[in-house]
Design a protein around this ligand. Structure first.
Ligand code: ZN
Length: 490
């Protein structure tokens, strides 16, 4: 049975969905400005594994991952200049052009990393009406107040009745008293209060009408609103990076409780952070490496390019609740390990069965399930796959024998856990690297040229043989007046 670590209770709990056979999960998605970086890759991959595993277990999963595109700052919706608007102003673009540009790049990077698209990807900007209605209800419940055209959540009032800070374990009394001294804003009754609606400054491009002002919603609000819209007042899993626990998720809890009178989320899950050479990633530290830079090897800190699958495999070699430290050394070790795994996967297809078996494959599959059931323990799962790989290699090298049944079991283990659940693409060449593909494409063209020649020579047997063999490999061949065209089904 799947057990997952619930950040709220700080315990591992058996996972039981609210509705039998169905799971609702919500993960905080990207803020679409700036280039996709490793910080985006880790939550996407972590919750992709959960999504894949739940589906493998037979659940019907509705996975909602939002797009933050109403143009506020990454971690503080209340202050500073709107970055999407700033870029739009500087480059004379419509703000939605900026959003679309980054979103397209983000999707491309996610696809390269083998991250499945979520079931629903709602945009904050597409849910302004719902957010306004949500604020009205919090105001009616008495947990918010209007000030100078903005609406703020009343944290001290809420905290008097419900524990604010229970997810992150913050001491709220301390928070309420220490932040007071630092604050210079007069609009809020208490500095810990956060914006539900913010009146737009004149230079702010992205704004919408509301009963309180022409403005925009606070960042925390979109997740409470859109999770409820698509998953209901109570849903199973809410995920995100650890850095979102406070204030973002704490604010989401406060909003939902104020709005509905109860918590929305049954299991909170958080992935740990990524460091680079032992340091936190940051623009000022010069170690801010985008995903494209990893794939192309263009950042000065990188000794070589790293394929998206190497990055994925490397991230999965650590448990999602542990930190991951990126270094050239560690990535190169992962690249080698992945290559060995893929070579083993290929050799598995070539194993010849014997009447007698000298290997013991029994129990490997169960061990793999045990690892996944233990709070998605992917490093342990990968270790079991390497054990299985040693068996494959010993049979292939003639040091051991395996029956057809053993071989089928091994194939099933790799297809299930390596391909379906870990989401590792097993093509020998990486589809994300057109340069690596070029010689193979050239070879297919050459084979088709030889087929044309065979046809011209009326050598139908050869021509048909080539067509049939290519089709068996997954190629679709289309004869045209100019010759033959081919495509490869994914
Ligand atoms: Zn969120």
């Amino acid at each position: 049975m799947l057990t997952i670590y619930n950040t709220l209770t700080r315990t591992k709990q058996p996972f039981k969905p609210l509705h039998e056979g169905r799971v609702g999960m919500y993960v905080c998605g990207p803020t679409v400005y700036g280039d996709g970086h490793l910080g985006h890759a880790r939550p996407a991959i972590t919750f992709d594994i959960l999504f894949r595993y739940l589906k493998h277990l037979g659940y019907k999963v509705r996975y909602v991952r939002n797009i933050t595109d109403v143009g506020h700052l990454e971690h503080d919706a209340d202050e500073g200049e709107d970055k999407i608007a700033k870029k739009a102003r500087l480059e004379q673009l419509e703000p939605m052009e900026v959003v679309q540009h980054y979103l397209t790049r983000y999707h491309k990077a996610m696809e390269a990393l083998g991250v499945l698209p979520p079931s629903i990807e709602p945009h904050a900007s597409g849910h302004i009406i719902e957010q306004i209605e949500y604020i009205k209800k919090i105001l009616d419940a008495g947990y918010a107040y209007v000030s100078e055209g903005s609406v703020y959540f009343d944290v001290p009032k809420f905290n008097a009745e419900h524990p604010y800070g229970k997810l992150s374990g913050r001491n709220v009394d301390e928070l309420l008293s220490t932040t007071r001294a630092l604050d210079g804003q007069s609009e809020k009754r208490n500095p810990a209060d956060f914006a539900l609606w913010k009146k737009a400054a004149p230079e702010h491009i992205m704004h919408w009408p509301s009963p309180w002002s022409e403005g925009f919603p606070g960042w925390h609000l979109e997740c409470s609103t859109m999770s409820e819209k698509y998953l209901g007042e109570t849903f199973d899993i809410h995920g995100g990076g650890m850095d979102l626990m406070f204030p973002h998720h704490e604010c989401e809890i406060a909003q939902s409780v104020a709005h509905n009178g109860h918590d929305s989320v049954r299991y909170w899950m958080h992935n740990n952070m990524i460091t680079i050479n032992g340091k936190k990633m940051g623009k000022s530290l010069g170690n801010f490496i985008t995903l494209d830079e990893f794939f192309n090897g263009t950042h000065p800190l990188l000794e070589q390019p790293y394929s998206p699958m190497t990055i994925r495999f490397f991230i999965l070699q650590a448990h999602y609740r542990g930190t991951v430290d990126f270094s050239n050394e560690a990535l190169q070790a992962s690249e080698k390990a992945l290559a060995r795994m893929l070579e083993g996967y290929r050799r598995l297809r070539e194993l010849k069965p014997s009447d007698k078996s000298t290997i013991d494959v029994a129990g490997i599959r169960e061990k793999c399930y045990e690892a996944m059931d233990d709070d998605l323990n992917t490093p342990v799962l990968i270790a079991h796959l390497f054990d299985a790989l040693r068996l494959v290699n010993s049979v292939k090298d003639g040091k051991a024998t395996a029956t057809q049944e053993d071989i089928d079991t091994l194939r099933d283990i790799f297809d299930t856990f390596l391909v379906d659940i870990l989401g590792i693409r097993t093509e020998i060449t990486d589809a994300a690297d057109p340069e690596a593909l070029a010689p193979f494409e050239g070879a297919v063209d050459l084979v088709l040229e030889m087929r044309s020649k065979a046809k011209a020579d009326k050598d139908w047997a050869t021509s048909d043989l080539i067509r049939d063999r290519l089709a068996a490999l997954g190629f679709t061949i289309k004869d045209t007046k100019e010759g033959a065209e081919w495509s490869l089904a994914k």
